[in-house]
Design a protein around this ligand. Sequence first.
Ligand code: FES
Length: 199
Amino acid sequence: MMVGSIGMTLLFRGVKTNQFKDLAEGDTLLLRGPFNNGLLGLQHLEAQQSSRCLILTKGIGLLPSVSAVRYLQSRHNETELYVDEGNFSPSILKFQLDLFELPFKPLTLLDDDGELSTPAKHVIRRFVADGGSLIHVGASEYVIHQVAAYLHYIGNRHVKLSACNNARMCCGEGVCGACTEITADRRVIHHCKEQVKIK
Ligand code: FES
């Protein structure tokens, strides 16, 4: 048997994550996975090589984005990371960023009306104008849609989009049906198991 350690960062949000509160030292956990579809727009991420990439994250969305940043860096891409701490603990975010030695800049992604903030729009517009190649969004589905809509609004044609898969992920195994969607061509897909284009 292999012995080691796994670090986990948890945000207690609902029935499932709250189960962790009752755990005590010495309790046994069964871990399943990885389920390998934590990112959407994977083909765009994999196509990057020696290009410029912008990473926008909010709250706990930073954590699944760290592997995307490190993957991009391993392929000699220049990465620019912005972090909106949201309602997540700044100390935990800082711990993760220090752990992976990731320089970042703070950025509030949404304004008080829930719209993409002016500073966020500025960052995106500058990145597009400067010939950037990929934007990766590690945030809620709502923020992902806001960024995608803004890229469309400014007439972007060359910057690709990838994002963490927040589409109603539940079991992650294609079993529970929580992420089921019917496509325009009447295909039933599970977001946790299929790569889809982000629009
Ligand atoms: S999350 Fe359960 S089927 Fe996709």
